[in-house]
Design a protein around this ligand. Structure first.
Ligand code: GTP
Ligand code: MG
Length: 204
């Protein structure tokens, strides 16, 4: 997949306000500060496209970016940001759940995991919930540049293996870094594969 053009489209406070043009979309979710917005910028080779911040809780709306005038990347707010108020947290959780469950155009949800940490309950519960809800998703490990040598790969494998207690078939996963662009081609090729698969299905 070659990205020729990436542009901000719209920020929406709820799923009913999202674009209505029926283009396929790929969304990014994960704990606050895991690197969702940075990954979108890295994939698009477009600094500043999605707003990033060293402070958690930067993205608070559903942000659509139109790619090659054909499909969307979607930046979602992070979950589990402890220091926001309970009301705000509930509001964000509801926004995320509605988007994930109701958005027909959602071709794949990427769940981002910081590669440095052990499996956290909040991520695990979210993933189990996606499975129960039949949402198509895959895992993206972020910040691989922060680990040296083979540690990124072994941490990712260990994390994935922990899913085996409940998951008969493991979802696809990718190891990435927005700093050195690790994993960029793999993620973009995977997106292309999904788009082609859906287009072929529709042509049948
Ligand atoms: P919220 O919108 O607050 O939920 O955060 P987010 O998940 O969008 O994270 P964001 O992309 O804003 O990045 C958070 C911080 O992590 C920033 O300081 C980034 O520079 C840093 N960061 C993101 N990706 C990477 C990476 O691959 N490597 C390194 N070293 N730092 C990263
Ligand atoms: Mg963000």
């Amino acid at each position: 997949m070659i990205i020729k053009k990436s542009e901000f489209s719209i920020s929406s406070p709820s799923v009913v306000r999202c674009p209505e043009d029926n283009k396929l979309e790929f969304a990014f979710i994960g704990r606050s500060n895991v690197g969702k917005s940075s990954l979108i910028n890295m994939l698009c080779n477009h600094k500043g496209l999605a707003k990033t911040s060293a402070k958690p809780g930067k993205t608070l709306l559903i942000n659509h970016f139109i790619i090659n005038n054909e499909w969307y990347l979607v930046d979602l707010p992070g979950y589990g940001y402890a220091t926001t108020s309970k009301t705000m947290r509930n509001k964000l959780e509801q926004m995320i759940a509605q988007y994930v469950l109701q958005r027909r155009q959602l071709a794949n949800l990427f769940v981002l995991i910081d590669i440095r940490h052990d499996q956290q309950l909040i991520d695990r519960e979210f993933i189990d919930w996606l499975g129960e809800s039949n949402v198509p998703f895959s895992i993206i490990f972020t910040k691989a540049d922060k680990l040296s040598g083979g540690r990124a790969k072994s941490n990712a494998l260990q994390w994935m293996n922990k899913l085996e207690d409940r998951w008969a078939e493991l979802p696809p996963y990718f190891i990435t870094s927005s700093e050195d662009k690790t994993g960029r081609e793999e993620v973009l090729d995977y997106i292309e594969e999904i788009i082609q698969g859906i287009e072929n299905q529709e042509a049948e």
